[in-house]
Design a protein around this ligand. Structure first.
Ligand code: ATP
Length: 238
């Protein structure tokens, strides 16, 4: 269970999100949506430990991790898929997975990689290909695979759909939904509200560094704000 309470996160002296409270329960898939520049990626950076919280607290399984560095949060089971994937382009698919798997532990590397291949058979077919030559969808699968081989308990994905065709992000999204169904906690940061609502059961709408709406998918769908956002293009049909 992740709980960010009254968080303030920014860059040096600049505050981007203020008094932000969100939570992700065990095995729950939760989305954080909002327009460009709302502060979604900044929030993620605060959660994974790349930007410090200058106010508020972050707890993970009841333990205060507010001051823990990023690598220690990763050891505790918080894994993130960054916006733009950031796979190693000069390494093959399997090498990318090996590097990520070894960061977590040297034991059971092959089993963890095989599990990632079971989840994304497309990656298994491409195992010897250079990551830089993969399609955008394959790179997203690889980026998620790199997080999963660390056997996280919380998977954070920044902009799953970015730059992908609808048929591809829906496929990847369905896999993420299955993962959540099998007990993994997921925090999905998305600009595509429809996709976020397809994958997750609950979520938050962030605007200008603050949560303006929260609730279950059904509750949010019933609000005028969400309908306006769909019409305004945030919820690209997906
Ligand atoms: P997007 O969908 O465009 O990524 P976002 O909701 O993820 O939007 P953030 O990337 O968190 O938004 O950016 C929120 C604000 O923080 C923006 O005004 C941005 O200019 C600012 N910002 C981002 N990175 C930095 C930085 N390194 N230093 C200062 N300000 C930054």
């Amino acid at each position: 269970m992740l709980e960010l309470t009254h968080g303030r996160i920014g860059y040096g002296p600049i505050t981007i999100v203020e008094d932000l409270s969100i939570s992700v329960g065990e095995g729950e898939a939760v989305f954080l949506i909002g327009p460009n520049g709302a502060g979604k990626s900044t929030t993620l950076r605060g959660i994974v430990g790349l930007n410090p919280l200058t106010r508020g607290t972050l707890t993970w399984d009841g333990r205060d991790v507010t001051r823990l560095p990023a690598h220690q949060r990763a050891r505790l089971g918080i894994a993130a898929v960054p916006e733009g994937r950031h796979v190693f382009p000069q390494l093959t698919v399997v090498e990318n997975l090996e590097v990520a798997a070894r960061v977590a532990s040297h034991a059971g590397v092959k089993e963890r990689i095989d599990d990632a291949f079971d989840l994304f058979p497309r990656l298994a077919q491409r195992r010897g290909h250079l990551a830089g030559l993969l399609s955008g969808g394959e790179q997203q699968m690889l980026a998620i695979g790199r997080a999963l081989v660390q056997r996280p308990r919380l998977l954070i994905i920044d902009e799953l759909s970015l730059g992908l065709a609808p048929v591809i992000y829906q496929q990847v999204g369905d896999t993420v939904r299955e993962l959540a169904g099998s007990g993994l906690s997921v925090l999905l940061v998305e600009q595509n509200a429809r996709l976020a609502m397809r994958i997750c059961s609950r979520g938050y709408l962030l605007s200008n560094g603050a949560i303006v709406l929260e609730g279950t998918v059904a509750e949010l769908e019933a609000t005028a704000e969400m309908r306006d956002l769909y019409l305004g293009g945030l919820g690209k049909v997906g």
